[in-house]
Ligand binder design. Structure first.
Ligand code: SAH
Length: 224
């Protein structure tokens, strides 16, 4: 690589490669999703010392036994939310704030819930460093949803639970989409729910492995 390339340019090149070889070639075709993933500086959302690995094809640790998801999984989940510029989005599991940053590029408003205060603080800092000002991070139990912002056009759950928490289904707008990993502790099925005429249609998007969703309508702390 030429010596006169700045670090910012180098990361931008790595992002290009990530989108091309990890995401586009695996079938993600939504141009807005691809553009958002080309744009958001993922290296600002990983812990210090992990920047060199930020664009690799895998999840990474972010502290507190939690992880930032593999880029491809972020893309699949985002594409299935079918976001429009005016969409109102709820995320459960802010973690590093990276997924929320991608959502903010594509939707009108984003509320992201995190149960661990430390991670919420870091996510707010990461988003600010990336210049993203339209995400609200709230610390509470996301399995209860967030009634003040409901109903939502899209809900994304980035931690795994045995079943979809009922409050989230209740807070989904008519025509709204919800994507969540559902199943046992180790690995789960990524499901997509669409609410039509008050009923819910469910489809499967494939196998995934997420950290547990801990709360009233997820795993109880003492189940773990
Ligand atoms: N979306 C994140 C990765 C999420 S990791 C990113 O882009 O980096 C899953 C996160 O869900 C963890 O930070 C964990 O603390 C959080 N979590 C688990 N149970 C939760 C709950 N009931 N409410 C809110 N957040 C929860």
């Amino acid at each position: 690589m030429p010596d006169d390339m700045t670090e910012t340019d180098r990361f931008a090149k790595e992002r290009e490669r990530m989108v091309e070889f990890q995401i586009r070639t695996r079938g993600i075709r939504d141009a807005r999703v691809l553009a958002a993933m080309r744009k958001v500086p993922r290296h600002l959302f990983v812990p210090k010392g992990f920047e060199h690995a930020a664009y690799e094809d895998r999840p990474l640790p972010i502290g507190e036994e939690q992880t930032i998801s593999q880029p491809y999984i972020v893309a699949v989940m985002t594409e299935n939310l079918e976001l429009r510029p005016e969409s109102r989005v709820l995320e459960i599991g802010a973690g590093s704030g990276y997924q929320a940053a991608i959502l903010a590029e594509l939707a009108g408003s984003v509320i992201s819930i995190e149960r661990i205060e430390n991670l919420a603080d870091r996510a707010r800092k990461n988003l600010a460093r990336a210049g993203i000002t339209t995400v609200r991070i709230v610390v509470c139990d996301g399995t209860e949803g967030y009634p003040p912002g409901a109903p939502y056009d899209a809900i994304i759950v980035t931690a795994a639970s045995p079943a979809v928490p009922q409050p989230l289904i209740d807070q989904l707008a008519e025509g709204g989409r919800l994507v969540a990993p559902i199943g046992p502790r180790d690995c789960q099925d990524l499901v997509k729910l669409v609410k039509r005429d008050g009923r819910v249609e469910t489809t499967s998007l494939g196998g995934v492995c997420f950290v547990p969703l801990i709360g009233e309508f997820g795993w109880k702390g003492d189940d773990l």
